[in-house]
Design a binder for this molecule. Structure first.
Ligand code: CA
Length: 321
């Protein structure tokens, strides 16, 4: 790999969790020959097969747009998400059993010039880990998040609120959909984490940091999923990691670079039928008590959103799932 090409290590995993019978999450990881990467997580909702269909369609349509070329990054992300919205609406119109299905969507587009863009609709999240600090780079489109941003609810109240699953914005529900798109800079050593609420709702940021900083990308993804399942696994869990090695070479960089295909379009989702064994979590059991103590402090101290902005409710009725 030449010095001027951006090195990147990625990992993607999705898991049904311990309670649900179906996995309505989907994820996709795409790469172009010029080194441009796209990671996407979608968390579907809707009865019958709706949730699975919606999240898979979103990944497929966004991936297909990527295959056709990126051009202007902001324009690309807006058009790709818009096309996913149109397709899910079309599928729901064709089959009454799929009516009112929808999905969240969060995507990180990484360009060879070391710039990145994040796009978001719904309450799946993207974070950037830098120097031990995990910062959200998306703002949730949920009823409780809107209340927190408006100062009407605390973060703690939102965590346990009975309406915490109500989305204020969603792909595939309305013909007009607003997408949040922001530029994000990358420095050597940074990591991006994309995940569905099955992870961030159960695993505190301090433990996410601990795992991301000390494991290679693939092991970190499986350990994050295992930890969510240890904590009940009430929801489907999806994790994607994109890691930019620091100037000090890392073992996992060399390994993944050697096995990277020239251009991949893997559709969609790597399904993990079983949670990793409990023994994988043993190293964390000892640290857990200490980490839990620090978690409350870190939650307020370590988490800040450079992009969090109040936004109007797209659908004041909310989208229940
Ligand atoms: Ca979910």
């Amino acid at each position: 790999m030449s010095d001027d090409q951006l090195e990147i290590v990625t990992a993607s995993l999705t898991n049904v969790g311990l309670v649900r019978t179906k996995n309505q999450d989907s994820c996709g990881e795409f790469q172009r020959p010029d080194g441009t990467h796209l990671l996407v997580v979608a968390d579907g909702m809707g009865g019958h097969r709706g949730g699975e269909v919606a999240s898979a369609a979103a990944i497929q349509i966004i991936g297909r747009h990527f295959e056709n070329g990126v051009g202007d990054p902001v324009e690309f992300l807006g058009q790709a998400f818009g096309a996913a919205n149109d397709e899910i609406l079309r599928l729901a119109t064709e089959d009454p059993k799929l009516s009112r299905m929808g999905t969240t969507g969060v995507a990180v587009l990484i360009l060879p010039d070391r710039s990145a863009f994040v796009a978001n609709v719904g309450d799946s999240r993207a974070y950037r880990l830098r120097d031990g600090k995990l910062s959200p780079i998306t703002a949730d489109h949920s009823w409780v998040a809107e209340q927190v941003r408006a100062g009407r609810m605390s973060e703690e109240e939102a965590e346990d609120h009975p309406r915490r699953n109500v989305l204020s914005r969603c792909i595939g529900i309305q013909p007009l959909m607003e997408v949040d798109i922001d530029a994000v800079d990358i420095q050597p050593g940074d990591q991006f984490l994309l995940c569905s609420d099955g992870l961030w709702g159960l695993v505190p940021p301090s433990q996410i940091v601990e795992i991301l900083e000390h494991q290679d990308a693939e092991l970190a993804a499986s350990q994050l999923i295992a930890l969510a399942n240890e904590r009940g696994g009430q929801d489907n869990i999806t994790v994607q990691i994109a890691r930019f090695p620091s100037t000090t070479p890392r073992e996992d960089t060399a390994r993944l670079s050697a096995s990277s295909p020239d251009a991949t379009l893997e559709l969609p989702a790597i399904d993990v039928p079983d949670a990793p064994p409990r023994s994988m979590l043993l190293p964390f059991a000892i640290g857990a008590a200490l980490l839990l103590l620090g978690a409350a402090l870190l939650w307020s101290g370590a988490i800040e959103s450079p992009f969090a902005q109040p936004s109007a409710l797209a659908d004041p009725r909310g989208i229940e799932r």
